[in-house]
Write a protein that binds this ligand. Structure first.
Ligand code: PLP
Ligand code: COI
Length: 342
């Protein structure tokens, strides 16, 4: 039980650190079991399980924070519960009931309370729910049985640069998702499909890939495992397409932008528009809000310089500060986004 005593909270990476417990539930004979709490890091599955052969795997990512008042806050629990249901329906898995999802998230956070990073450390507790098809199939068919589990791990910044702007690459030879494929769901296979482009970008000194739409290569889609937004004058612009995962962070930032008096446009965004934007950033649970300094379209040689001084834009900084303040309880949660644990 001494596992957390020597954690250097301010310097932890975005990686896996073992915690005390995880929670699980199983779908069998047409119904979900109640949750079970375990201290095992392993899952025992049949070698013919559909998750191993046909990619029946979906997941979520959300965070818990310790406030200045000592309270634990979970950000947008309900939205993540709803999104994993949509992902399940998307690839013919059994949706986890909303109440079971919420109860299990709350339980796993409470059981691992000592791993919630202290207020002011900049770190948070990352919550990773996942569901897999577990029954044996050889024909390409959905599983009849499912396991849903949630583990937690303390994390620091996803990007090494933190809030310092990074360079991003457009790689036109790669798609993250197909036009009518699984991009709008949080399906494991989407991430496998992104690995090789991600490695190519990183090997060339870029923090992430900015994907263009997979149909015409004309519009901006997503930015690595995050959504993209830009600020132009008094407007927050974010791409809209069927291959984008609807980011809950983006949804929250759009509301914060409106609260700040900005106009919000969610619409197809031609890549050339990058020439006229004032600020750009990626956003997601892991990335929070990560500003972008330059975007290089590698295959055409075009370079979009977004931040001339290499500093984060003023509006992006304000959006980020409001988001963090709501998550930590420093600012009033006027939209009821936060679940406070007792
Ligand atoms: N897009 C992709 C592909 C992602 O993996 C994520 C991460 O969850 C996001 C966007 C951001 O979504 P959210 O803000 O809900 O974490
Ligand atoms: C998240 O932001 O929660 C994600 O899922 C990104 C991740 C794949 C690291």
């Amino acid at each position: 039980m001494e596992k957390n005593e020597n954690i250097d909270w301010a310097n932890i990476s975005f990686g896996y650190m073992p915690t005390d417990y995880n929670v699980r539930a199983a779908f069998k004979d047409g119904k979900w079991s109640d949750m079970e709490v375990t201290d095992s890091d392993h899952v025992n599955i049949h070698m013919a399980a559909t998750c191993l052969h046909y990619g029946q795997e979906i997941f979520e990512g959300l965070k818990a924070f310790r406030g200045k008042d000592g309270k634990i806050r979970i950000f947008r629990l309900e939205e993540n519960a709803k999104r994993i249901q949509r992902s399940a329906e998307g690839i013919m898995m059994e949706p986890v009931p909303l109440d079971l999802f919420k109860k299990m998230v709350i339980e796993v956070v409470k059981k691992n309370e000592r791993f919630i990073p202290p207020y002011g450390s900049g770190a948070s507790l990352y919550i990773r729910p996942l569901e897999i098809g577990t029954s044996a199939q050889v024909g390409v068919k959905p599983s009849k049985e499912y396991t849903f589990l949630i583990f937690v791990t303390p994390v620091g910044a996803y990007f090494k640069n933190g809030f310092k702007p990074s360079k991003i690459a457009i790689l036109r030879g790669y798609d993250r998702a197909a036009p009518n494929g699984t991009g709008k769901w949080k399906v494991g296979g989407n991430y496998a499909a992104s690995l090789s482009a991600g490695k190519k970008a990183q090997d060339n000194g870029y923090a992430a890939v900015l994907y263009l739409d997979p149909k015409e290569k004309k519009y901006i889609d997503e930015c690595g495992p995050a959504n993209f937004f830009a600020i132009k004058g008094n407007t927050y612009i974010t791409p809209k397409s069927d291959s984008i995962l609807p980011s809950i962070t983006n949804m929250s930032l759009q509301q914060i932008a409106k609260d700040m008096g900005l106009a919000v446009e969610a619409r197809p965004m031609p890549v050339e528009e990058l020439d006229v934007v004032d600020e750009a950033a990626e956003c997601g649970t892991a990335a929070v809000t990560a500003p972008i300094s330059e975007i290089h379209d590698i295959d055409t040689g075009k370079k979009y310089i977004i931040s001339k001084d290499g500093e984060p834009g003023a509006v992006t900084t304000q959006l980020y500060n409001h988001l963090r303040a709501i998550q930590l309880g420093d600012e009033e949660d006027t939209h009821n986004w936060v679940t406070i644990l007792d």
